[in-house]
Design a binder for this molecule. Structure first.
Ligand code: G4F
Length: 323
């Protein structure tokens, strides 16, 4: 019989790639989306008709429990979150409510109604925040520096507690930044790839950014969902750091993106101090050796190829819109 998976946040970047991966493996895939989100075809594209949509807010424990009880999923992937770190400073309470308590609601639903379901929680490198050491691994102490990181840490500990207290098969994937042509335009990589494409086509004149010296450990999103799946196939539940182990600056990303369209970023980029975050960390880089050793997983695509993939996709999209 086909395995059944429930993905929260299926309309996001990772939700799409994970759903595609699971469908290709023969899973029956259900996706949880907000009740007001009826037409998901703009987000799910070619896989829209292959997934079943379930409607619930992550703030609605009753409906979540009913869905989990009815589906009895083999695997649950909790990817839903307001994932913009900068924005979480203006909405700290709802960030904790959806990310932190939302995860707890799912764990409770599993504990009460479907205890053999395996659960993956999308944890984040933002939990390390002011990291004492670099690179970070599964033993590195946490010190989140923004509401998003605090909320992800609450969810992380809820997962660990339900695993240790109730014996649930629940795992945290502590992911560093992972990008693709499906990344939201509010994130810096997509903002840059889109701007490079639009400027090359004469559709935009300038690009305004914050801190060009901020460094990130950027990987390729389709590879990260493979690790999520692998984590739930192990004999024992565990937590894993998922990243490339290499950092680049926002400036490096800009340079590569504009080079791709034969332009120099220096001629087009403006800096707006308002886009610089209240507390920025510069040391976040993964030590993904445990994932390599236990899961056999490695990030494979170098940044220049990720940039090329994103800029080329945005060029094609913009050209199609012009026709
Ligand atoms: O693309 P970003 O907004 O991603 P950020 O904050 O690192 O968060 C992403 O990765 C985390 C780790 O996986 C996730 F937990 C989180 O959900 C999200 O997926 O910003 C990257 C860097 C930051 O240092 C930011 O200050 O780019 C810098 N930056 C510079 N100018 C900018 C801009 N970021 C944005 N969004 N927009 C700018 O104009």
């Amino acid at each position: 019989m086909a395995k059944r998976a429930l993905i929260t946040g299926i309309t996001g970047q990772d939700g799409y790639y994970l759903a595609k991966l699971l469908l290709d493996k023969g899973y029956e895939v259900h996706g949880l989306v907000r009740p007001d989100h009826y037409d998901v075809s703009d987000r799910l594209g070619d896989i829209t008709d292959r997934v079943t949509i379930e409607h619930a807010e992550l703030t609605d424990s009753l409906t979540i429990r009913v869905i989990v009880e009815r589906l009895q999923p083999d695997e649950i992937y909790n990817l839903a979150a307001p994932s913009h770190v900068g924005r979480s400073f203006s909405v700290p309470e709802s960030t904790i409510e959806i990310v932190g308590v939302g995860c707890l609601r799912l764990l409770e639903a599993v504990r009460q109604a479907s205890p053999r379901s395996r659960l993956y929680q999308a944890a984040s490198s933002e939990m390390f925040g002011r990291a004492a050491v670099s690179p970070q691994n599964e033993q590195t102490p946490f010190h989140p520096r923004n509401p998003y990181g605090v909320a992800k840490l609450a969810a992380y500990w809820a997962v660990v507690n339900y695993r240790e207290t109730y014996g649930l098969f629940a795992c945290n994937g502590i992911t560093y930044n992972h990008e693709s042509e499906r990344r939201g335009e509010e994130f810096v990589t997509r903002k840059i790839s889109m701007a490079a494409a639009r400027i090359a086509l004469g559709l935009q004149k300038r690009l305004t950014l914050g801190n060009l010296d901020a460094r990130r450990d950027w990987g390729f999103a389709p590879e990260y969902v493979e690790a999520m799946w692998l984590m739930l196939q192990q004999p024992e539940p565990d937590d894993f750091v998922l990243g490339t182990g290499v950092t680049h600056s926002v400036r490096d990303f800009c340079e590569a993106a504009f080079n791709r369209v034969n332009l120099n970023y220096k001629d087009f980029v403006d800096i707006d101090p308002a886009l610089v975050r209240p507390s920025e960390e510069h040391l976040l880089v993964a030590d993904p050796s445990k994932a390599a050793r236990v899961l056999g997983w490695r990030a494979r695509t170098p940044l220049r190829d990720i940039v090329a993939h994103m800029v080329d996709a945005d060029l094609s999209r913009q050209r199609r819109a012009l026709r």
